[in-house]
Ligand binder design. Sequence first.
Ligand SMILES: Nc1ncnc2c1ncn2[C@@H]1O[C@H](COP(=O)(O)OP(=O)(O)O)[C@@H](O)[C@H]1O
Ligand SMILES: [Mg+2]
Length: 238
Amino acid sequence: MSKAGNFFVTGTDTEVGKTLVSGALIMKLRDAGQNAVGFKPVAAGTYRDASGLKVNEDIETLRIASNLAPNKFSLCPYVLDEPAAPHLVAKNEGLHLDCRTILQSQAELQSQFHTMVVEGAGGFLVPLNETEDLGDLAQALDCPVIVVVGMRLGCINHALLTCEAIQSRQLSIAGWVANTCHERMPLFEENLQTLKERIFAPCLGVIPSLPQEFAKSQNSPYSLEALRFAAKHINLPE
Ligand SMILES: Nc1ncnc2c1ncn2[C@@H]1O[C@H](COP(=O)(O)OP(=O)(O)O)[C@@H](O)[C@H]1O
Ligand SMILES: [Mg+2]
């Protein structure tokens, strides 16, 4: 099931900027005239919004970037309450996550949109159940992968491990993004240079730390301004 326009966004870890990059990519694709939408296979962690509705911040960000009204289209088949490893939370909630259900939901959304940006959960090999993980899902989706590298100590090793895992599943890496989550790490430029030398895929950009006025607060999605700021710092893959 190869979908030419789609991307799967993974990262070196959880909390590295996958949602920021996914939102920014959707906005860039839409600016380029594409009918693009975000999709999240599984989201863990909900809160009540101003109107009392249970929502998840990643899904809300993807919705904002996709310019969709609340409750217009389902962008995620599994919304779990607790912010923890999805397969464990699902077990506690009496749910069984599986690739088949995710792919059905993805196909339904795909029928309305040309291009999908699928934001993974956590890192590339996060389990869905006893036998399947997100890497299996990426393989089933069969689309190019974009790796978000959270620029912090340890990121070189995490980035290279992630790229190896992607390649070992015969998936192509469309590019990677260096994201300055929180503070700029020591030897930032040198780390960036090493990543450029060792990752055999194009660097799509370097996102600086968000200006204070766009910073995201907990339990809220990214603002359009924050997504625009990130979008200015990345290029769409060739
Ligand atoms: N460029 C950035 N500047 C400042 N803070 C950032 C940046 N990127 C990410 N963050 C912070 O890091 C947290 C995790 O980012 P997010 O995009 O949700 O990552 P992921 O989707 O990988 O979990 C967010 O709460 C956000 O405030
Ligand atoms: Mg996220």
